[in-house]
Design a protein around this ligand. Sequence first.
Ligand SMILES: NC(=O)c1ccc[n+]([C@@H]2O[C@H](COP(=O)([O-])OP(=O)(O)OC[C@H]3O[C@@H](n4cnc5c(N)ncnc54)[C@H](OP(=O)(O)O)[C@@H]3O)[C@@H](O)[C@H]2O)c1
Length: 127
Amino acid sequence: MPTWLRTTTPHHSHATGIRGRLARRSHRLVSLTRNSDPAYPYRPIFGPVYPASKTALNAVTLAMAIELESTGIKVNAACPGFTKTNLNNYTGTQTVEEGAREPVRLALLGSDGPNGTFSNADGPLPW
Ligand SMILES: NC(=O)c1ccc[n+]([C@@H]2O[C@H](COP(=O)([O-])OP(=O)(O)OC[C@H]3O[C@@H](n4cnc5c(N)ncnc54)[C@H](OP(=O)(O)O)[C@@H]3O)[C@@H](O)[C@H]2O)c1
C-alpha cells in the first residue's frame, strides 16, 4: 500500500481484506471534456483557481483509483450539487443531507461497486 494512503486515509480490514472507500468532493462544472466544448454554457466560469483546482483533484483521484485497483480500495469523485454551506455563504439550493447523498453512496460501495468514476446524484459525469 502506498505511504500516502497509510498516512492519510482511514480504512479497516475485513476477512476479505482492506475495504477502503474514498469519495472525493469534486464539482460537475469542472469537466475538461465539457469545458473544451465552446458551446458548453458554463465554460465562462471555468477559471484557473477553484475550478481548475477541482479538475486537478479529479486527475489525482483517477491516479489514486488506478494505483489502488488491485487492492479492493475504491476511489471515486462526486459532485454534491449546489449545497447550502459556508463555501457559498449558504446560498446553495440543496440541504447538506441532499448534498451528502452521492458522496455517502460512494463511501458505502460494496465490493462489486465501481472504481475511478466521477458522478453526481443524476449519474455519471465526464472527467
Ligand atoms: N457547497 C457546494 O455547493 C459544493 C459544490 C460542489 C463541490 N463542493 C465541494 O465540497 C467540499 C466541501 O465543501 P463545503 O460546501 O462543505 O464547504 P464548507 O462548509 O466551507 O466546508 C469546508 C470544510 O473544509 C475545511 N477546511 C477548509 N480549509 C481547510 C484546510 N486548509 N485544512 C483543513 N480543512 C479545511 C473546513 O474546516 P473548518 O470548518 O474548520 O473551517 C470545513 O470543514 C469542498 O471540496 C467543495 O469544493 C461544494
